[in-house]
Design a protein around this ligand. Structure first.
Ligand code: GLU
Length: 474
């Protein structure tokens, strides 16, 4: 088959992109390398013969088969992506809120910036808006820091120092629970204590590199940066956090020998780590996928660390709106003062929303609106009934239309003796036992039409019996 570069796109890459896979997916590295090489070597026209085809898909055959057989968690990704675009545009109209201005590095952002990226547990990706602009994680780093701590030192050890209960107070309150521990890891006091638990015997640089390594793995090696200017500003304006630090020290909240100032410094550094919507959604997807990064397949966090993290995000992740968010949206999420909302739809996908204007309690106005709209359209709320509640869409299922279309196509191929179409259906996991309105299978139709060329087509059905009342003993 001769394909000009544009044909290569329409013939191979476009169908691939429609499944939600991106050509930058690390799992497709070999496939893309071979394709690029073939393009370079042929001046203009690429001949995709059997040899080149095998070479390109060979290393990725499992992934590509899964993609084209629509075996990913969102089988009809094209429709899903267009629904997400609609949510994106309707949310864009939400105005109001104020961009945080306590440091110039946050105040500089335009209130019009708005981006959403998602990555499913199978690594299907979609983005809309300003999804390549770096911003600081700020408080969105708290669940990630906590997950790393539990993964490294265990639940029991971490919770010797931090509680698990929502505080009902502002995130930067000088307040401890009845046992004189910070209320939970999602408030500043909790995150500051946890930063003293990570790599206690290493120097500052090692500790920073160590967390960055984890974050890069969660992001599938996509963009994770650091804003030194934000870090310096956070330190200079961090009187409240210093006050929390001294209070924690007075109440003996840190492990013995811990250096409170070093813990604070580390906390400011963590808040200043940068991502984009695109890389941030892969981090969220790693949490959605039980700790395994969907696009690299690497286990980054233990299942226990992820479960703990999602539980605490669910109850404490959205500042003083956490209870209402759990009620209305019913999904684990964490927001930050930069306007980021890291949202996890467990076992389905991770989402990163980003838009700087914040509401009264500090959540991104567009971020919150988008999350609410998302669960009004799809049955993603933790307590949505998946069996009897038909009003919402379930993107995990192929629509009835798609299933009907596949029966009709199957019957027509059988009727007209189109053996290569039948073979294609069999290879792409179409259910060859599918029946029409008269309970006739493709086998029945193919046999009833009786041309000799159907013989090899009939072989594709040879393992099934036709139960149609119109069938006379096949
Ligand atoms: N750096 C901020 C602080 O510690 C984080 C604020 C936030 O995102 O909640 O106060």
């Amino acid at each position: 088959m001769y394909l000009p570069p544009s044909g290569l796109f329409t013939g191979l890459l476009e169908p691939l992109l429609l499944t939600g896979l991106w050509t930058s997916d690390p799992r497709l590295r070999d496939c893309m390398r071979h394709l690029r090489q073939a393009m370079r070597e042929s001046a203009g026209t690429v001949m995709v013969d059997q040899k080149l085809f095998r070479k390109c898909v060979g290393a990725n055959i499992l992934l590509l088969t899964q993609a084209f057989r629509r075996k990913f968690i969102i089988p009809d990704f094209e429709v899903f992506a267009s629904n997400m675009d609609q949510l994106y545009y309707s949310t864009q109209r939400q105005e109001g809120g104020h961009v945080a201005d306590y440091i110039p590095q946050l105040a500089k952002f335009s209130p019009n910036l708005w981006g959403v990226s998602l990555c499913t547990v199978d690594g299907q990706r979609h983005s809309a808006g300003d999804t390549k602009v770096p911003f600081c994680l700020q408080s969105c780093v708290k669940p990630l820091e906590y997950a790393i701590a539990v993964h490294e030192i265990g639940t029991e050890h971490v919770h010797r120092y931090v509680g698990k209960e929502p505080s009902g107070l502002k995130f930067n309150q000088l307040s401890l629970n009845d046992e004189d521990k910070p209320h939970n890891p999602m408030v500043n006091a909790g995150a500051i204590v946890i930063s003293s638990l990570l790599k206690p015997n290493s120097n500052k640089a090692e500790r920073f590199d160590y967390v960055m390594e984890y974050l890069k793995k969660m992001a599938g090696t996509e963009y994770v940066g650091f804003s030194n200017a934000t870090f310096q500003s956070e330190k200079e304006t961090g009187d409240r956090n210093f006050a929390i630090g001294y209070y924690l020290k007075e109440k003996k909240c840190f492990p013995e020998n811990a250096d409170m100032i070093a813990a604070l410094d580390f906390y400011f550094q963590l808040c200043s780590i940068e991502v984009t919507c695109e890389s941030g959604c892969v981090m969220a997807a790693t949490l959605a996928n039980g700790g395994i990064c969907p696009i690299t397949g690497e286990r980054v966090l233990s299942a226990e660390a992820v479960r703990n993290t999602l539980s605490l995000m669910h109850s404490c992740g959205m500042y003083d709106f956490s209870g209402q968010f759990a009620f209305h949206v019913g999904l684990p999420a964490k927001s930050g003062v930069s306007g980021a909302v890291l949202l996890v739809v467990p076992n389905i996908m991770g989402i990163m929303c980003w838009s700087p204007p914040l509401d009264r309690v500090g959540n991104s106005v567009r971020g919150i609106h988008f999350c609410q709209e998302l669960v009004s359209l799809f049955n993603f709320h933790n307590y949505d009934n998946l069996r009897h509640f038909a009003r919402k869409l379930d993107p995990r299922r192929l629509s009835l239309d798609d299933r009907n279309k596949s029966v009709v196509n199957l019957m027509f191929a059988a009727y007209s003796g189109d053996v290569s179409a039948l073979r294609r259906f069999a290879l792409s996991a179409v259910d060859m036992e599918e029946k029409d309105y008269d309970s006739r299978t493709g086998l029945h139709v193919a046999s009833a039409e009786g041309a000799p060329t159907y013989f090899s087509g009939i072989k594709l059905f040879s393992h099934i019996a036709c139960t149609s009342p119109y069938c006379s003993g096949l």
